[in-house]
Unconditional design. Structure first.
Length: 256
């Protein structure tokens, strides 16, 4: 069982927002809707088929997301209470939305096409997330649609092969339009997969984290990027988050 299946019932709300940093091929976005939007029925197998139809050749065996299943939290809860469930009648007033940030141009375009093709209420931002906005990083022109091995270069990329500029944004910057002016509105799930720059992305989320406007947070220790710098460690990030009243738990590769 995936850990999100355990915490999902505690996260469930009528209005839900997901911010996915490093969305790549959209697996996490699809799974969020599968769990929290009862009438969404695009399985990961179907998502994979749609990717292939768009000539995206996902690297198999890396994230294993195509093999994962996600159960509807609301449907499971009602069935546990002994109710007969018809997903086409379940709480259509639910407002579930997502924002996907992806720095690779081919993948950002792929996500935009997928969201439009499947009528998914999600927005794509072609950018790299970091600690500050208004700057630029550098990414390869193309690794092929669906590839996810690119690492952001923050310094001038001259002499490093065919690179292109990508704008930098912060979580706080993106969260503004997502949350609006109501203080009670929160990001229900913030997932960060920044290929070594997760700690920098968290620095760029200081505003919403300090205000307690993120309910659930996921970040990754990769052993590359900023993690190679002296003093950088998951323990240091966990302590930084603890000062903001967030508790960290280890997630295994199996998702448990």
């Amino acid at each position: 069982m995936h850990w999100l299946d355990l915490v999902g019932p505690h996260l469930l709300a009528r209005r839900m927002r997901f911010l996915n940093i490093g969305a790549n091929k959209g697996w996490a976005v699809n799974q969020f809707f599968l769990r929290f939007q009862p009438d969404w029925n695009v399985s990961n197998e179907l998502w994979y088929s749609e990717l292939r139809a768009l000539k995206a050749w996902p690297t198999c065996g890396v994230c294993r997301a195509c093999n994962e299943s996600a159960k509807s939290v609301l449907v499971d809860r009602q069935r546990a209470r002994g109710h007969e469930v018809h997903t086409d009648r379940v709480d259509r007033r639910r407002d579930v939305r997502a924002v996907a940030i992806e720095m690779m141009p081919d993948n950002a375009q792929l996500l935009q096409t997928m969201f439009e093709r499947l009528a998914l209420p999600a927005t794509v931002v072609h950018a790299a997330a970091g600690s500050t906005s208004g700057q630029h990083g550098f990414v390869p022109f193309s690794l092929g649609v669906g590839r996810e091995s690119a690492i952001l270069q923050l310094a001038n990329a001259a002499g490093r092969g065919r690179m292109q500029r990508v704008k930098m944004v912060t979580v706080d910057e993106v969260a503004g339009p997502m949350l609006g002016s109501a203080v009670s509105t929160k990001i229900d799930f913030l997932s960060i997969d920044a290929e070594g720059y997760d700690a920098a992305v968290l620095q760029g989320a200081r505003g919403v984290l300090d205000a307690g406007r993120v309910r659930l947070l996921e970040w990754e220790y990769h052993g590359v990027g900023d993690w190679t710098e002296p003093g950088a460690s998951p323990a240091a990030v966990a302590m930084w988050l603890a000062a903001r009243r967030y508790s960290c738990f280890w997630q295994s590769k199996s998702g448990a």
